[in-house]
Design a protein around this ligand. Structure first.
Ligand SMILES: [Zn+2]
Length: 405
């Protein structure tokens, strides 16, 4: 099986290289818009979908010849893929849109080709060598392993004016021995808006202190509201705000990568609920401290576990993890979403909502993959519950479609 991994580098191009990159960004955007317009025109005239190739435009737009042809081919492929996605699944994908310069999503992709003289893109110690651009100086903080194959490079410019490149490498996935998920080496994680997550032992991570950065951001933003739009002060302030936004985003990313690495190394399996985070944040009205981060955290955790042969177990989002007592298995249907702690009517254990949910996620996850034959409730307690009608004694009703927090 092929596996892919990416190394992201900060580029420090010379003035000429930066100018050529800017030109390439511009050509890609121009070509995308022209192709999209022509597709629509052609469709209106003939009822057929047809995307002209980049070569078709080179006569009328000689500036396209000044940049590498590979990114232009990529634009063609991307537009084709955008249409395919839209026609196959119009609910999930939008119709391709025109790109405006002010959107500043400056990016282009170059695929690596193999020539007789060697590959067209090479990652060296001092930077990356690309067609037409030459050797772009970069901070190469990580070296690829010698069997990795360089597949493509995507150059982007951030809104703060920094150039980055994401280099994709492909390789045959090595044979990994699957780590059997033992119950004592398995962790349940429950998303918590205030504490990011609560695990099945009741432990929460130490969150990065974003308060200072956010305070500064608020101060800058209130300053902006007093300035004349379009003035030099306004533009300066806007630049400062973008830098601060980038800083907060970097702090968050740093935390997510370190935290997911720590868990993936310390545990053999992790059970997480398959929550729709967009839906959740709408219900919570964006009350989370690390709102955007948990989805990315789950993704990081998944690949970091899987690359070690460990299990990332997804629990159904409608499983009654919050309403089930982890001590005896009774499902408390009366529990409202607001109650942060409750006493189990069957066994009398006082339960903290978030910890109880995390423990249940761990049990449900283990049960799902067959590591536990049944949810392991103490037999005495389960026996006591047995006569109390449906929903008791661990018969977790997975069809009850009520989102449990
Ligand atoms: Zn109980």
């Amino acid at each position: 099986m092929k596996e892919y991994t990416t190394i992201k580098l900060r580029l420090h191009p010379t003035a000429e290289q930066a100018a050529l990159m800017e030109k390439t960004f511009g050509c890609c955007r121009w070509l995308w818009n022209r192709m999209l317009a022509d597709v629509e025109e052609f469709y209106a005239a003939s009822d057929l979908q047809y995307i002209p190739t980049p070569a078709h435009y080179k006569k009328e737009a000689p500036f396209l010849r000044e940049v590498d042809s590979q990114p232009l081919c990529c634009v063609h492929q991307n537009l084709r893929q955008a249409f395919l996605n839209f026609f196959r699944n119009p609910g999930a994908f939008q119709y391709p849109r025109f790109k405006a310069k002010k959107d500043r999503r400056d990016t282009f992709t170059v695929y690596c080709r193999q020539y007789r003289t060697g590959p067209s893109i090479r990652l060296l110690k001092s930077g990356i060598e690309m067609p037409k651009l030459g050797l772009i100086p970069a901070a190469v903080h990580r070296r690829p392993l010698h069997w990795w194959q360089l597949k493509s490079v995507t150059v982007t410019k951030s809104r703060t004016g920094k150039y980055f490149c994401a280099i994709v490498f492909g390789y045959e996935a090595p044979e990994r021995e699957a780590v059997p998920p033992l119950p004592e080496r398995t962790l349940g994680l429950n998303y918590s808006p205030a504490r990011f997550y609560v695990d099945s032992r009741g432990v929460s991570p130490v969150l990065p202190d974003l308060a200072k950065s956010r305070e500064k951001l608020a101060r800058l933003q209130s300053g902006l509201s007093r300035m004349e739009p379009g003035s030099r002060n306004y533009e300066n302030q806007l630049r400062k705000i973008r830098i601060q936004h980038e800083r907060v985003a970097n702090q968050r990313k740093d935390f997510i990568h370190k935290e997911s690495r720590r868990i993936a190394n310390a545990w053999d399996a992790v059970c997480v609920r398959d929550t729709d985070l967009v839906e959740l944040s709408r219900r919570l009205k964006g009350a989370g401290v690390m709102d955007a981060g948990f989805g990315m955290f789950r993704d990081c955790l998944k690949y970091k576990l899987e690359r070690q042969g460990k299990a990332y177990i997804v629990v159904d989002q409608y499983a009654p993890a919050a309403k089930t007592c982890h001590a005896c298995g009774r499902v408390n249907e009366q529990l409202s979403a607001r109650e942060r702690s409750w006493t189990c009517p069957s066994c009398g254990v006082v339960l903290t909502r978030e910890v109880n949910t995390a423990r249940n996620l761990r049990e449900f996850g283990l049960k799902e993959i067959g590591a536990l034959s049944a949810v392991s409730y103490p037999p005495a307690a389960a026996g006591r519950d047995a006569g109390e009608g449906p929903g008791a004694a661990g018969s977790a009703d997975l069809t009850g479609k009520a989102l449990c927090l």
